[in-house]
Design a protein around this ligand. Structure first.
Ligand SMILES: *Cc1c(COP(=O)(O)O)cnc(C)c1O
Length: 424
């Protein structure tokens, strides 16, 4: 019996489904257990080396254990790591983010993307004194009651678009529109717009595969939100620092009222952040009446790892590498499946991509759902046998890091070709 299998059997006795986050159980027949990560590789307890395109579901844009981050964390940890009073490192990271995001003048650091979203929604409600929010079918914003309605990611993979335990009274405050379809937004807003506190959106959908916004979609949302006096929350938990400094809002030239961040800004340690202009942020405790607090908020190790990561992104060609390799990977997937005459669509955004086995384009939850998710799972399995780890769910993304060299991409594409042949 493999060591992973033995550990998984033990894990199932004490952890729900043997895991602490559902997508990890999607690897069949059992998830591999990891011993170590270095650069683009994971090393399993069974002695296998895998090229990693999951990267902790997005945060590790420099790959595993990059030297500059490791060094700063090691240095810091010797000073203790939790004080219950402010540290300089929180200020430095906040200043850095405010430099890169003109829409963010003040920040509150929390411990996860989901917490950031729940705080952002509370702030939007406090600011507008309205109750409802509008989200998009297939967008995922964390394991938070208000946004677990028609959600993507593991909620889509395991078929729980509306989570049990979310009271109907809560769910009915969440309105749902269709991504990349401004008419659907306009329809909802025409009837309920005056009760809507915020429109919340992933500027690039990254939890239903990868689905970029069509030209004008985000600017259209900005205009509709303004017209109805609602706030626009851009959930940049994935895209912030992944598609570049300044996130999707800079890339697409659209400004947010409230931005949520997470993942990369903690350098792989737990983190979340809410940012906005002063007038909105000053409503938050201790300045204002909208409550937020957290024992671990602004945790020094997350702050130092995030700051070290962002400094590498600012001063090296890390983005250029990660973007080029993601593009090369997307082209390679396209070439291979075209040559083998397998219907497919590859959606790409800087440093992220996903392949869908379908005809036509993938622009929203519905077109994504038409794809052959079983074939995607088989691709994942075939690749895993050949030393390449892509997410075990169609409704996640593939990510590249600055540690994925051209050679690693070529090696990956050879395995993709062999895997694709095995699919027929
Ligand atoms: C991952 C993610 C979240 C949730 O972040 P957690 O740290 O897992 O709570 C929220 N929004 C988006 C867009 C995400 O991708």
């Amino acid at each position: 019996m493999s060591e992973s299998r033995r550990l998984y059997e033990e894990a199932q006795r004490v952890l729900v489904g043997g895991v602490n986050s559902p997508v990890r159980a999607a690897i069949k027949p059992y998830p591999f257990f990891v011993r170590e990560g270095k650069g683009p590789y994971l090393f399993t307890v069974d002695g296998n080396r895998l090229i990693d395109y999951v990267l902790g579901y997005g945060p590790l844009i420099l790959g595993h254990a990059p030297e500059p981050v490791t060094r700063r964390v090691m240095d810091y940890v010797s000073r203790g790591w939790l004080y219950g009073v402010p540290t300089e490192i929180e200020v430095l990271l906040a200043k850095k983010i405010a430099d890169h995001f003109p829409s963010i003048r003040r920040i509150r650091f929390v411990n996860s993307g989901g917490e950031a979203v729940s705080t952002a929604i509370r702030l939007a409600r406090g600011y507008t004194k309205r109750k409802k929010i509008l989200k998009f079918e297939g967008c995922y914003h964390g394991a938070v009651d208000y946004v677990l309605v028609k959600a993507g990611s593991a909620a889509a993979h395991f078929g729980v678009p509306l989570s049990a335990g979310v009271p109907e009274d809560v769910a009915k405050l969440t309105l749902v529109a269709r991504y990349n379809d401004l008419d659907s937004v306009e329809r909802v807003m025409r009837s309920e717009g005056n009760d809507v506190a915020a429109i919340i959106v992933e500027p690039i959908m990254a939890n239903y595969g990868v689905i970029p916004p069509k030209d004008g979609f985000l600017r259209g949302l900005r205009e509709i939100a303004d017209r109805y006096g609602a706030l626009l929350i851009l959930d940049e938990v994935v895209t912030g620092y992944r598609i570049g400094l300044g996130g999707a809002q800079r890339y697409y030239g659209v400004s947010a009222d409230i931005t949520t961040l997470g993942k990369i800004i903690g350098g792989g340690f737990p983190v979340g952040a809410v940012g906005a202009r002063d007038e909105i942020m000053d409503l938050l405790s201790p300045r204002g009446p909208v409550f937020n607090a957290g024992t671990f908020n602004g945790h020094p190790i997350s702050m130092v790892a995030g700051l070290a990561t962002i400094e590498v992104l600012e001063t090296t060609n890390a983005y250029e590498n990660a973007i080029n390799t993601s593009r090369r990977l997307a082209e390679g997937f396209n070439d291979i499946f075209s040559r083998l005459d397998i219907d497919h669509v590859v959606n790409w955004a800087p440093t992220m991509l996903q392949v869908f086995f379908t005809k036509g384009e993938v622009v929203d939850h519905e077109t994504a759902s038409k794809s052959n998710t079983k074939l995607y799972l088989r691709l994942h399995e075939e690749l895993l046998k050949r030393g390449v780890f892509i997410a075990p769910s169609q409704f996640e993304a593939m990510f590249t890091s600055s540690s994925h060299t051209n050679g690693i991409i070529e090696e990956t594409l050879r395995q993709v070709e062999d895997s694709a042949k095995a699919l027929r």
